[in-house]
Design a protein around this ligand. Structure first.
Ligand code: ARG
Length: 257
């Protein structure tokens, strides 16, 4: 009887220990004291962030963050959250930061902190090759597709009105382009690198792109939870290093101060 009691207390101890260990092991990387940082992205944005044929998250943004991590001495793990969910994930500390071709805007700066800029982009209009659209103004009486809550969406709201039913806002940029190809929109508006990559990868689809002087320069930054200066400083240190040693320019082909 005594032996049985001993057996049970040992078993109980093991179980408790096991649970404690499991709890530790499953904690996410949101604790910045660990050396692996968890990074949220929307991997539908080739060539910046997308899934390769083996299901790995790859792209120019990923190469940039890998280089920043190496320069500043930390490890990274990427998670494909999708565009809208990644904002919530950064806000509530579920992840350490986000990389997703995110334009630094005054609006977003109210809720998030951003690193120094690492990339410069602008909006571009995508239309069927035979479209009569020649400028942004020409979209005034058209249906326009955009990825929801992007700067492209904002720009188009500025022209068509915030609640216009002529704006087709989709979860991803590829879906926005599909809406245009299906005839559900006359044009798409999105970041130049991604729209141009789509045109390049689909030579059999007859499309044309239009730049407009009214589109301002947009700067991409890594997005951090508001007030998390520990992560922000670490990322900025890495960005500074890869700017100075030429790595950033090598990866993007762009000279950014
Ligand atoms: N630069 C634009 C913005 O910040 C679009 C970014 C979309 N990125 C993505 N991975 N879907 O609003």
């Amino acid at each position: 009887m005594r032996n049985l009691k001993k057996y049970w207390s040992v078993a109980f101890l093991c179980l408790t220990l096991g649970l404690v260990l499991a709890a530790c092991g499953s904690s996410t990387g949101s604790d910045s004291s660990g050396d692996k940082l968890v990074v949220a992205t929307d991997a539908t944005y080739a060539p910046m962030e997308y899934m390769d044929d083996n299901g790995n998250i790859v792209g120019i943004d990923i190469d940039i963050v890998d280089a920043i991590a190496e320069a500043a001495g930390f490890e990274v793990e990427y998670k494909n959250y999708g565009w809208e969910p990644l904002f919530a994930a950064v806000e509530n500390g579920e992840v350490d930061f986000a990389v997703s071709s995110i334009t630094i805007t005054d609006d977003r700066k109210e809720s998030f902190d951003f690193t120094d800029p690492y990339f410069v982009a602008n909006q571009v209009i995508l239309v069927p090759a035979d479209s009569d659209v020649e400028s942004f103004e020409d979209l005034k009486d058209k249906r326009v597709s955009v990825q929801i809550n992007t700067t492209g969406h904002e720009v188009v709201k500025g022209l068509l009105g915030n609640t216009s039913s002529d704006i087709v806002a989709t979860e991803t940029m590829p879906l926005a382009i599909t809406e245009m190809l299906n005839g559900n929109a006359d044009a798409s508006v999105g970041d130049n690198s991604v729209v141009l990559e789509y045109v390049k990868n689909n030579p059999d689809v007859e499309l044309k792109t239009i730049e407009d002087d009214s589109f301002e320069k947009e700067f991409y930054g890594l997005m951090v939870q508001k007030g998390n200066s520990e992560i922000l400083d670490l990322l900025n240190e890495g960005i500074q290093k890869i700017k100075e040693d030429g790595t950033l320019k090598e990866l993007t082909g762009i000279d950014i101060e």
